[in-house]
Write a protein that binds this ligand. Structure first.
Ligand SMILES: [Mg+2]
Length: 181
């Protein structure tokens, strides 16, 4: 096993090292946040993106997702990686804080980047992998999981957000075709 070390803050007279923990990369929507209550804003040709995003502050938390993060925290550095656009950063940080998930890095979809979520996330994970080892990638999107797994990273499939086929189609279109979340 390759062990990575780095110097941490310590008295100048001492040589202090601390083991760098592997990264646990965790999705937000469908993993720790329950988006189902706002999918109706995108249904049947009605795409009210402002309303869809504004309602994100009211997402209930998924207890399963919170438990997974809590478990991973013990041995990993958590990084949240979401297809949510950058303009939702303040709202997302506020939501994470309100649910005891504050502290980790938050990587979001860059403004104007409309590529499919799977493509963006794999690119970000490759970038994160250059700065540390990837312990696990947690996501609920089959396409993201397939792309990440194919690239050789370990994955954990979050399967607790049960969506109807219509809800699933709405979210998939938003993530993959519209490239908006
Ligand atoms: Mg998701």
């Amino acid at each position: 096993m390759v062990r990575h070390w780095h110097v941490v803050a310590c008295p100048a007279t001492l040589t202090c090292v601390d083991e760098i923990r592997p990264l646990a990369i965790v999705d937000i929507d469908g993993v720790v946040a329950d988006v189902r209550h706002r999918l109706h804003f995108l249904e049947r040709g009605r795409k009210d993106w402002p309303a869809f995003f504004a309602a994100a502050v009211d997402d209930p938390a998924h207890p399963e997702g919170l438990a997974v993060v809590e478990t991973l925290r013990a041995g990993h550095e958590i990084v949240f990686l979401t297809g949510r656009p950058e303009h939702l950063r303040a709202a997302t940080v506020g939501w994470l804080e309100a649910h005891g998930l504050d502290g980790p890095r938050l990587v979001m979809r860059h403004a104007g980047d409309r590529r499919p979520a799977a493509q963006i996330k794999l690119e970000e994970i490759d970038s994160l992998a250059r700065g540390g080892s990837i312990g696990i990638v947690v996501d609920d999107d089959d396409r993201v999981l397939a792309a990440v797994r194919a690239a050789g990273y370990p994955v954990f499939a979050a399967e607790w957000e049960r969506r109807s086929s219509e809800e699933d189609a709405v979210l998939s279109t938003a993530q993959e075709r519209d490239g908006v979340t």
